[in-house]
Each structure stands twice: as structure tokens, then as C-alpha cells.
Design a protein around this ligand. Sequence first.
Ligand SMILES: Nc1ncnc2c1ncn2[C@@H]1O[C@H](COP(=O)(O)OP(=O)(O)O)[C@@H](O)[C@H]1O
Ligand SMILES: O=C(CO)[C@@H](O)[C@H](O)COP(=O)(O)O
Length: 421
Amino acid sequence: SAQILRNLSEKTTLHQQLQNCFSVPDSPIWMDASTTKNCRELEEKVGGPLKLAEITGSRGFERYTGNQIMKISQTRPSEYKDTERISLVSSFAASLLIGDYAPIDLSDGSGMNLLDITTNKWSPECLEACGENLSSKLGEPVPSKQIVGNVSQFLVGRYNFSPNCKVIAFTGDNPASLAGVAPKLGDAIISLGSSDTVFSWLPRQNAELEGHIFVNPIDCDTYMSLVCFKNGSLTRERIKDDCAEGSWEKFSEYLTKTPTGNNGNIGIYFDVMEIQPLVQGIFRFDSADQKVSSFPPEVEVRAVIESQMMARKLYMELRGMHIGPDTRILATGGASLNRAILQVISDVFGAPVFVSDIPNSAALGSCYRAKHGLDGCDFSDVVLNHPQPECVARPTEGASQVYKELGKRYRKLEQALGSQQ
Ligand SMILES: Nc1ncnc2c1ncn2[C@@H]1O[C@H](COP(=O)(O)OP(=O)(O)O)[C@@H](O)[C@H]1O
Ligand SMILES: O=C(CO)[C@@H](O)[C@H](O)COP(=O)(O)O
């Protein structure tokens, strides 16, 4: 496959030339949750979940590449053996641009349960636990700002790229978003895309069982903390369709006209298996924590936003991120266009919410990173002209107290669901 990639003909498409190169045609994606057994095996082999978190920044997580690789090496040994190279989506996309195998960057590479985030090298124990000769299949990881090559002859010939065009290591959506919001230390970023992800810049690593620590894409001597939730916009969208006639305007109107705290009603909506907790299902409780089968539409709308945002805050705090009235919450992603949702975030977090003119922070961050890698200057110089985000919501008086109480109840209900499954 390396030879095919290096000798692409400009006369025909990538699809035609690469279609027989994949040892596993349908790779699992990040929503896969089928590797619990592999996660426990990896944790056990390195000395327990906290030890794995100390080495790689995370205890074993189902979607992480190391556990996915272990599953394939055990269940499809001949395909595993036949595999010349294992790429992340990010490094694969960069490989297509340079016409060669591009290395995995340290930041996206932190989401694999394989990288030692202190030495910035693959962890030998993790590699050994996940598959034979894994190191040679992965290649050496590189800092996220590294130039990985020039664009391929294929792109020059077929699409008129300049042969001098350089390619910087590709990274994941979340590290790119971190770069795109030009964060200050202490900012909490909440990305409201198909999934919801919360992250922040961390000066040092601390091992926890909740969430993840990644090598920082802007500065590989520091870190970023991250917690990802599968049930984000797609769940909100489903409730908008079921309860608000498919209209975000109606959804926002319901949100605005219902009281802070939803009269004590709590709904938990895990349409798909959540990451933390590992639970699937829809659960509704009245103010006395009694299960109920349905809510009126406007209560359902507020319930989904309140419970999602209480969970985002809870896990940020469990991950060691500090949130106080002085914290800037930087909201990005598709749902950050919705001011009614942002008001609930501000009320639940007890902190002001800011948005930028450019909601697509991952794309902007990739541009900033390209400049960072190419110019070799400090990241702070790259973002000198970054537009200041606008404050769009401040906590409503009295909301903090309401969510302090509701948050405690949410935590208990969620823990009970986790222990039942
Ligand atoms: N006005 C709105 N209110 C709430 N959510 C919205 C609104 N407009 C778009 N969205 C949500 O934004 C999501 C897309 O966000 P985006 O950041 O582009 O996602 P991704 O990058 O994960 O594909 C859609 O799933 C949609 O539900
Ligand atoms: O962090 C993760 C998964 O680890 C997610 O952010 C995914 O990388 C993709 O998210 P969507 O764009 O589908 O919301």
C-alpha cells in the first residue's frame, strides 16, 4: 500500500487507486462501544485503570484505538498480520495529501490508550498488550506543529497545487478546536457538535478515572483535558423533532418560557450508549425522584438541556477543571448558535458564556496550526488578531442555587442508572 500511495497516478481518482489497500474495509469509528473486554484487559496488563490513566491520560475507553486494535488482533488475526500501517482518520487524511504515510500527531495520538503522554513516545507496555509488532505499524508520533511533507505529485498534477505547499501534521477535531478558540489558561470550552465535548488547557497532567488528558496541540509540553459525550446535538435534534414540531425557534421558545430547574423534573436522555456513564436509555423523574413515563413537550425540552449541561459541568469538575464565576465558558459548534441553550449553560455553570463570530473553531484552529507549524513562531503571535469572543449570556440571579441542588440529584440518579446496567 505504501508503494501505491507513493506512486499515485494523476490520471485517475484516489478512490480507484486505493480501494484494494485496506486490510479492514470498514474501520470502527469513535462511536463504537464494543471493546469493554479489551479495555479491562489492557488496564489489567499495565497495572490497573489508574495506572493506564497515569501513562496514557485515560483509563481504558471503548472507542480508543489501542482497544480497537486489540480487538481486531484477537478476532481477525490474519487481517491484523497483513496490515502494513494503522492510521488515525487525521493522519490518514494527511497521508492522502503528502502521498505517503503521515505520522500520527501527539495530540490526536493521546486518544488511543497507547501514547505515554509524559515521554511523548508510544508506551511499550500498552503496545505489547494491544498487538504484535504494533510499533512498526504505527510509526513514530510527532509534535502537532511538525511539517510532515510537501503535497504529493498527484495533487500537483491533478489539482494544480503548488509543489512547494507544505503539510503540517493533522490532528483531531477537539485539539483543532482548542487552537481555534485561541484559549487563555482557565477558559472552559464547550463544543456543541453532533456530540458534545468539554475541554480546557491544563498546565500539568493529573491521572483521573473520568475523562481524558491529551498532549496540547499548541504546546506539546502542556496538556488539554477533555470529556466527550455521545448524546449531544443529535439527541437535542431528536427532541426538537418529537416535541417542538421540528423547529429550533419553537424549541428555544419552550426553553425560555419554562422555569429554571424545571419544577424539579429531571430527564436523562441517552439515545445511544453514553461514554460516561456507559448507559443507554431514556429516564424521567419527577421532583420526588419517582420515575415517570413522559413529560409535556416544553418540560421535555428543558429537561434535555438541563440534564446535558449538568452532566457537562459535573464531569468537567470530576476531571479537575475549575469552574467559577470568573471562568470564561467559550461555546462553539452547531448548537452554539442557539442563545436559549447558551443561557441555560450560563445558569447551570454559574459563569458567563462567550461565542466567537466564527463558530467553526476546528477549521479555524487548523488554519492557525498550519501557520504555527509553517512560520515556527509562538502560538500567541499566530492568534494576535483573533477576534475577541462576545459575551452572550450571564447567570440569572438565583439560578446557581437551583442547579446546585438539582445537580446533586442528577448525580445520584445518574450513578444509580450506571450501577443498574
Ligand atoms: N439553532 C440551533 N439550535 C440548536 N442546535 C443547532 C442549531 N443549529 C444547528 N444545530 C445543531 O448543530 C449540529 C451540527 O453541529 P456541528 O458543530 O456542525 O457538528 P459536527 O461538526 O459534529 O458535525 C446539528 O446536529 C444540529 O443539531
Ligand atoms: O471526541 C470525540 C470522540 O472521541 C468526538 O468529538 C469525535 O471526534 C467527533 O465528534 P462529532 O464531530 O461527531 O461531534
